[in-house]
Design a protein. Sequence first.
Length: 425
Amino acid sequence: MVALIGSVAALQGACGGDDGGTTNTSSTTTTSSGGGSEPSTGGAGGTGGTGGEGGTTPGTGGAGAGALDCEDHEPPTGPAPALQLTPIVTSGLSRPVYMTAAPGDDTRLFVVEQRGRIRVIENGTLLDTPFLDISSLIPSMSQADEWGLLGLVFHPEHATNRRFFVFYMQTGGRSIVAEYATSANNPNLAEAAPTQTVLSIEGPVAHHFGGMMAFGRDGYLYVSSGDRGDEARAQNLSSRNGKMLRLDVDNPASAPPGNMPGADSLVWSYGLRNVWRFSFDRCTGDLYMGDVGGAYEEVNIEPHNTGHRNYGWPVADTGTNCSTGTCPVFAVDHNFSDCSMVGGYVYRGSAIPNMNGRYLFGDWCTNRITTLVWTGGTSVEQVEDLRQNLDTANTLVAMSSFGEDNQGNVYVVDLAGALYRIDAE
């Protein structure tokens, strides 16, 4: 993610709303095999092995696995229906960068503020008291534009074990994944002290720290770790920078079975620049990653239970026509205004007809929200720019993230201090 700094006025000048330009996009027609039970053909060190253990419950995508009968939904056809951004909260938030929900909780949303607080929206009302405040652990925002509290995920069994995890940048430059617990006496408050540090990531103190976490179907925690501005680390299998990591929160000192052979014990896939946001499709378990590229912004899709893939950064920054590793299924050329990919979610709600199965993602600089459909092959279909449909030019200032609730509804987070839900018009 680039340039998470500045006042609202500065953000308006930098992003410019709807630029009205034409974007050069492409979708892939070939992808390299890799991970799972097949050997990888991509990139240095991309040897295969046994993938992660399977499962039957949906991945949380950072939002918890809500009850959803995926068999009842027909794939989408034609253009997206008329949509709107419904305001949920438009004041009271300070630099929100993510939103999620706790598994099984349909009355509350949790919003991550970059400066170190997690806020609760209960039945549509923003509560005054933060759920968690670790602002004392967050370095001054003037030190680096991407520092701060960046991610939150609740344990799949949070309703009974009260566990949740945060990703933040520590003074000194380490990326920390720490476990906390919800108060046993007040579900709107967390215990002030962490339970344990699950992960600590070192590296250059520049930018591109990643920051997203989600539990997969296999019960393990997936964590995106950026290259921290040192491109070579993404291809270095002994480094945890520029990777998708996978760990066991019940035994963080020991790597879970199925991670990438010949690499650092926590590496699942590599060759990534900065996956600011990723998610699991709640119906298929497929992993959707929005990677902030150099010349191209990328959407990489990894079929469920594969991994062990090299996504090519920095040796293959050529869009969907790459010669090294696994190519992105969709790419946007930087020469056409887009600058920083914001990964989103496959819509799996029931409230919007003809939307189920469409992947929603965006761009930080243009506030462009795009949708596409990936059918499990090597290409994408129904690519559609939704800026006019959603009237983003008159609504969004600086789109920082997407979010998802337990019903499969998708939300848009605005760094200027607002949260919107994507609804049918």
